[in-house]
Design a protein around this ligand. Sequence first.
Ligand SMILES: [Zn+2]
Length: 425
Amino acid sequence: MEGPGSATLVRVTTRRPFRAKLATTVSKGAAALSRATGRGDGSVIGGRLGLIIDPDLLAHLATGRQIALVSGTNGKTTTTRLTAAALGVLGPVATNSFGANMPTGHTSALARAGDTPYAVLEVDEHYLPQVVASTHPFVIALLNLSRDQLDRAKEVAMMAQLWRDALRDQPVHLVANADDPMVVWAASVSSDVTWVAAGQRWHDDSWVCPECGGAITRASDDAPDADWYCTGCALRRPTPQWTLDGDAVVAPDGTRLPVHLQLPGRVNRANAATALAVAARFGVPPADALPHLAGVASVAGRYAQVERDGRAIRLLLAKNPAGWLEAFDMADRAPTLLSINARDPDGLDTSWLFDVDFAPLRGRQVLITGDRAYDLAVRLDVNEVPFQHVTTFSQALSAVPPGRLEVIANYTAFQDIRAELDRVN
Ligand SMILES: [Zn+2]
């Protein structure tokens, strides 16, 4: 196995053909122009132009680098950020930190990265096969698969099949979640897997075995890392090499690594475990990576904390049912503002609200807002969670006592609140 800094790592720029060099220059120029004119970070337009000039640009830019891909329904932006931080022990790391997680974003991230040999790329789960084919990654982290936007995303089992087909016979090391039966099934076509007990709180997309259609049984419905097995075939939870124990991650050699993150919740300690497992594959000792993980304070505004009028506001993004369950677990038992929109980036169908059990919010002061606050009102009423409707963020602030205010919002609702808080980060 090639180690970091190995002589077999070719200098990245020297092997790139002329067309790729031109495309890279145009891509970087367009991205810079886009940023300068205030049209966002430019990663999509820059990548798109580069790919028009050289359709193989992503492959050319990937040549000679050791690349980790991170994919899954939830947690991929955060895990990408943590993994890039951990690999930072080795030197500069190319990454698509702005969440542009399709090939145009990857192209742009590598184009502006110079010749650093390391890259960590967040990959939209639909694009994983294409990006694997283009970048020949060194490691792929597979986090979880669950239902996402109902009117757009593929069925979960179809996605697992797509991954399984893409991973078969690939010379790549997988770091995969042992607690998600769909991920385990997809990854089990490979014999080169490190299993992480990354947890699964949302079970409603994995009661049925993707291999045989049999029922999947769990030792516990509450523990996110409980043992599970299929009652009809041999599919069962693999023994994880990396596990969580309270506030610590336990490494394959049994070393207990206390993880002190600024990001909340078990799910982020699990994301840290995945990052450590990927980094270990690159030769980074976990103890060296830990301080880098602790330095991550927010990820594209998520988890950001803002003081306003004596309230310590924390922003949590939740885009789908599994994400909402995790957000309830991450949030302190404090006043909580929920905001839901159903604009295009959110998905137009809000019926998923009825998939989520809002009972964990009982006993907290709950406020609701957003374009679809009334959908949320109906849902909370069914769940017997008392709530108060507010129309503006400042109204929400004055309705809660000084101290912590948790804000849980879906995509555009989250962006609206960020804008109201002057683009915090
Ligand atoms: Zn089965």
